[in-house]
Design a binder for this molecule. Structure first.
Ligand SMILES: [Zn+2]
Length: 179
């Protein structure tokens, strides 16, 4: 069942991000795109020396943001909209869990409806939101000395954020860096 489990999260992030040569997304992807070759090499060396081979899984949308926005998890809802043909099902999206929304829809099967609720732990365990960083770069990002520019945020993180209506967080993160 669910339950936030860091080693399992690290393992699934490793599975989805297996291509990184050094195992540090910041060193492999962000540095070469944002610094010159000499600075990139120097910073990669620093990361290598200070990290003692420790690789972490980093939540790009921070755990605190997920905990704050989805304290009780998320529920998948479909808006009912009035169309030409009468009442039709509109856009579907995930909203913060609310007991009143988690009702079985008319004609719905309670067994499958359970799949439409994701616990906070499910969200914290979603590997699409993870990148691998060596310990040094991870510490720098957690201390907000650095951030991953929106341009280099992996597609899967953007999908994850949009699905949960958290695109604003990525925009804010980018503004902080450039503004
Ligand atoms: Zn690094």
């Amino acid at each position: 069942m669910s339950g936030y489990d860091y080693p399992a999260f690290l393992e699934s992030v490793r599975r989805v991000r297996r291509t990184a040569p050094t195992g540090c997304y910041y060193c492999d992807v962000v540095l070469p795109e944002t610094c010159g070759p000499a600075a990139t090499r120097a910073m990669q060396r620093l990361c290598e020396e200070r990290s003692a081979f420790v690789v972490d899984a980093h939540h790009v949308i921070p755990k605190q943001v997920l905990k704050r926005e989805f304290p009780e998890g998320a529920v998948h809802v479909r808006e009912a909209v009035h169309g030409v043909a009468g009442l039709v099902l509109g856009e579907s999206r995930w909203l913060p869990y609310d007991a009143r929304l988690a009702l079985v829809p008319p004609g719905g099967d309670p067994a499958t409806w359970k799949e439409h609720v994701r616990t906070l732990d499910d969200l914290l365990m979603d590997e699409r939101n993870g990148v691998l960083l060596r310990r040094y770069c991870h510490d720098q990002i957690e201390a907000r000395n650095r951030s991953i520019p929106l341009l280099h945020v992996p597609e899967s993180v953007i999908d994850f954020a949009n699905e949960l209506g958290l695109g604003w967080y990525l925009d804010k993160m980018d503004d902080r860096r450039t503004g």
